[in-house]
Design a protein around this ligand. Structure first.
Ligand code: AMP
Length: 480
């Protein structure tokens, strides 16, 4: 028997479930169906079919870049121990202080959905003894990241990043090479008006002196700083430099600049990196207040931004060098660097720039069939054409030849191979050229070679537009 208290609680819950939440989403919406509509959580987004062509294009470009630059793909878990992020990203960063999707699992481990990929990749590198691999080791991953940020334009709680890491490389030329890779991706995606901001955040030798000067500078102006920057002053004064608050930005204009504090090695590294960027013809701006929001960076940091201002909510991605991180996470001291691009922001920018996504390649061959025996044989034939490397499509669910030819025409196939009752019994097959409508009968055993021969001939004459296609025969309508 439920107690009175439990019954009251149940009533309250039922009443709550009936509340309509005006589409913002966490609870119920009235629907035509029986139950209340469950919406996606705030900050979580469906990627709908209308959007997937952009994602497919991004994936194609990434695949090319990964291959051309010899990166190895790695997949890391979605969930890691919170300590990993504390020790790498840093206790005092926004990500760790405010944005972790952290929880305690059934074994009492304190874990979090991954807010970024570098920490997990470095953890994996150490755990699996990658140090014996030839260096540099180039690793790539792409997938969802999670940050419990306040959802707004350009800020989601689940978003996707592609992530490039180079482990075991210390020279400035590699910093420039990595920045060039990011630049290349954005260029190939057709994005316009992108800037690359570059800076150095020094190293454990020179940064403390800079932080001291910075703290003194901001302390003298503490009352004019935003409340958030006042708390940063004690623990992470560097972050005041890239504050989004206008008051802080005004004060930061006068702040000491790290380039004046770099030790000889850091200075030399920055100089070389910039020289190589010039050499690679990657345009950049040396941006002395760029510090990035993660603790693990040493020396080079960079960001790709739209419209030339990295302080607005418009960074497409960024990265830098993290020479101390492998050691900090328990490995041997190993120089390394990496960057990530936020794919949702990249795709929004593609829309803004009116980028036309190249359509996926059309099928070359359409396999049409008529009758039970032909249907059975078609499955094998389909695999055979596919295995020969042909782009082949079909509609096994259709019965009428006319409907299948229409479908073939609509998807833009150059040839249709037709297996009817008679052909199935005789071991032959019809090849129809969809451009001029000419049909020929060939031996079904030779179908791959015959198809390839005809495709070659079509490519030579450079036909292929739908407008040139032969009129389709009139035939019976599709039944059932
Ligand atoms: P970060 O690791 O913070 O430098 O992020 C790299 C890139 O990921 C950013 O420049 C954004 O493009 C993207 N990004 C970071 N946080 C979010 C978020 N909450 N929502 C959408 N994209 C994000």
């Amino acid at each position: 028997m439920p107690t009175k208290h439990q019954l009251e609680q149940r009533k309250r819950n039922e009443a709550k479930a009936k509340v309509h939440t005006n589409g913002k989403g966490q609870t119920a919406e009235p629907t035509a169906g029986k139950g209340p509509l469950i919406q996606a959580l705030r900050g979580f987004k469906d990627i709908l079919p209308s959007e997937t062509k952009y994602w497919a294009f991004v994936t194609r470009v990434l695949d090319d870049i990964v291959l051309e630059n010899n990166f190895l793909r790695i997949e890391i878990p979605m969930v890691e121990r919170v300590d990993l992020y504390r020790r790498s990203v840093g206790e005092e960063t926004d990500i760790v202080r405010k944005e972790m999707f952290a929880f305690t699992d059934h074994d009492h481990n304190v874990v979090s959905l991954r807010p970024e990929a570098t920490a997990g990749i470095v953890r994996s590198y150490i755990q699996h003894g990658f140090k014996t691999y030839p260096k540099p080791l180039k690793l790539f991953t792409v997938g969802p990241m999670f940050r419990y940020d306040r959802p707004q334009a350009g800020r989601l709680r689940e978003f996707h990043q592609c992530d490039f890491e180079i482990i075991g490389a210390k020279r400035g030329i590699v910093d420039a090479q990595l920045m060039k890779i990011g630049w290349e991706i954005l260029s190939r995606l057709g994005l316009k008006n992108i800037s690359l901001m570059v800076n150095s955040v020094g190293c454990p030798v020179c940064r403390p002196q800079f932080e001291k000067s910075l703290t003194e500078f901001f302390r003298a102006k503490v009352r004019r700083l935003s409340p958030e920057s006042r708390t940063r002053l004690a623990k992470n004064p560097l972050r005041i430099l890239d504050s989004k608050d206008e008051r802080d930005q005004e004060i930061a204009k006068e702040a000491p600049q790290i380039v004046d504090y770099l030790c000889e090695e850091c200075n030399d590294h920055l100089k070389k990196t910039l020289e190589f960027l010039d050499e690679f013809e990657v345009p950049y701006t040396l941006t002395t207040h760029l510090v990035r929001g993660l603790d693990y960076y040493t020396r080079t940091v960079f960001e790709y931004v739209t419209g030339g201002d990295e302080r607005a909510q418009n960074a497409l991605g960024g990265g830098g060098r993290y020479d101390a991180l492998v050691e900090r996470l328990g490995g041997e001291s190993t120089p390394a660097l990496g960057f990530a691009l936020g794919l949702e922001r990249v795709i929004v920018k593609m829309h803004d720039d009116g980028v036309e996504v190249p359509p996926p390649p059309k099928p070359e061959v359409y396999l049409a069939q008529l009758g039970e025996l032909a249907k059975k044989m078609s499955l094998k034939l389909y695999q055979e054409l596919h295995a020969a490397g042909l782009r082949v499509t079909e509609s096994f669910g259709k019965n009428s030849i006319r409907a299948q030819l229409k479908h073939s025409d609509r998807v833009g196939a150059l040839l249709t191979v037709i297996l009817g009752q008679k052909e199935a019994l005789e071991g032959t097959i019809i090849i129809r050229n969809m451009i001029d409508g000419v049909q020929e009968i060939v031996n079904v055993r030779d179908v791959v070679a015959e198809v390839q021969k005809r495709l070659e001939a079509i490519r030579h004459t450079n036909h292929g537009g739908n407008e040139m296609r032969a009129k389709l025969p009139d035939e019976e309508p599709e039944e059932g």
